[in-house]
Design a protein around this ligand. Structure first.
Ligand code: 13P
Ligand code: SF4
Length: 301
């Protein structure tokens, strides 16, 4: 199956982009593997005719919005991020009417409709930098309350109003589970994604995006880590650090939607060129602005 995928990629000038939460065999056949920010940059720059995006829907949709002339395919169009929808109808308008200078800051894990109503997008790796750079005092951060809380801690000079959404997978990681792993592995450092709850973030040695966690583990002299994010990162952590040990909270955090990206589905979508992502014009132009603003601010020195 892998050989056939390689063959089709060449024949059709296609590239495979995969998030670190995609299954290991998908990361193996991917041309680019990364966190949401890296993948958005790659999607924008890509010269391929076809982009096969192995992630969840908002990622494929953002790729299409950033690079509309490309054919963007997803192995399973139903792979969705539950948090992407967690903003109540009307709340953005209500907040805008309450504060004159409000900036709506939208985590990229959101629908294109929500991006359209926002001033700027962020990912977990650039949210602090982008919020700091905004001239506005009042920020409405959607949809993730946990990333919002993390940003609020790092940027105390802003009034950050936080929406009530969260990632159901990260929110299930409890401080008790992490403490249990700590008791078993007292020398391990705790590496945490900012989508985790505040009490887990507070007990962590490092907080960052999936790519930042992977980078930290590679550079660290420590040999043991408790990793508080989705278990898909384990593939890259183990590949990069065969001599280090990685432990996870139990039950293992698993995003079922990310696991819909199977080799069979990748092969099928490359063969049939179905399961294409479309973004209607108004939606596309509305969501493009906050995405491009993110790429611009994050790229500045
Ligand atoms: P990253 O920004 O680390 O890619 O996070 C994306 C995500 O969905 C985390 O749950
Ligand atoms: Fe969405 Fe959570 Fe899955 Fe990430 S892990 S894609 S935030 S549901």
């Amino acid at each position: 199956m892998k050989n056939r995928i390689e063959q089709l990629k060449k024949e059709k000038n296609a590239v495979i982009l995969a998030h670190y939460y995609a299954p290991a065999e998908i990361q193996e056949v991917a041309d680019y593997v990364g966190d949401s920010f890296y993948l958005a940059k790659i999607a924008k720059q890509s010269k391929a005719d076809i982009i096969v995006f192995c992630g969840v829907y908002f990622m494929g949709e953002s790729a299409k919005i950033l690079n509309p002339d490309k054919k963007v395919l997803m192995p399973d169009l139903t792979a969705d991020c539950a948090m992407a929808h967690m903003v109540a109808d009307g709340i953005i308008d209500e907040m805008r009417s309450r504060y004159d200078d409000l900036a709506v800051v939208c985590y990229i894990n959101s629908t294109a409709e929500l991006k359209c109503k926002s001033d700027v997008c962020v990912t977990s790796s650039n949210a602090v930098k982008i919020v700091k750079s905004l001239p506005n005092k009042n920020i409405f951060f959607i949809p993730d309350k946990n990333l919002g809380n993390f940003v609020a801690q790092q940027v105390p000079e802003k009034n950050i109003i936080i929406n009530d959404g969260c990632c159901p997978i990260h929110a299930k990681i409890s401080a008790e589970q992490v403490q249990f792993e700590r008791n078993s592995h007292p020398n391990a450092l705790v590496l945490t994604h900012p989508e985790c709850e505040a009490d887990v973030v507070a007990m962590s040695d490092f907080v960052g995006s999936t790519a930042e966690i992977i980078d930290f583990a590679r550079k660290s002299n420590c040999r043991e880590f408790i990793v508080c994010t989705e278990k898909g990162v384990d593939y890259k952590l183990i590949t990069d650090n065969p001599d280090k040990h990685f432990y996870y909270p139990v039950p293992l955090p698993c995003c079922a939607d990310m696991k819909l990206n199977t080799l069979e589905a990748v092969l099928s979508v490359l063969q049939n060129e179905d399961k294409e992502v479309f973004a209607e014009d108004t939606l596309r132009s509305g969501a493009l602005l906050p995405l491009e603003k993110m790429l611009y601010i994050a790229g500045k020195g």
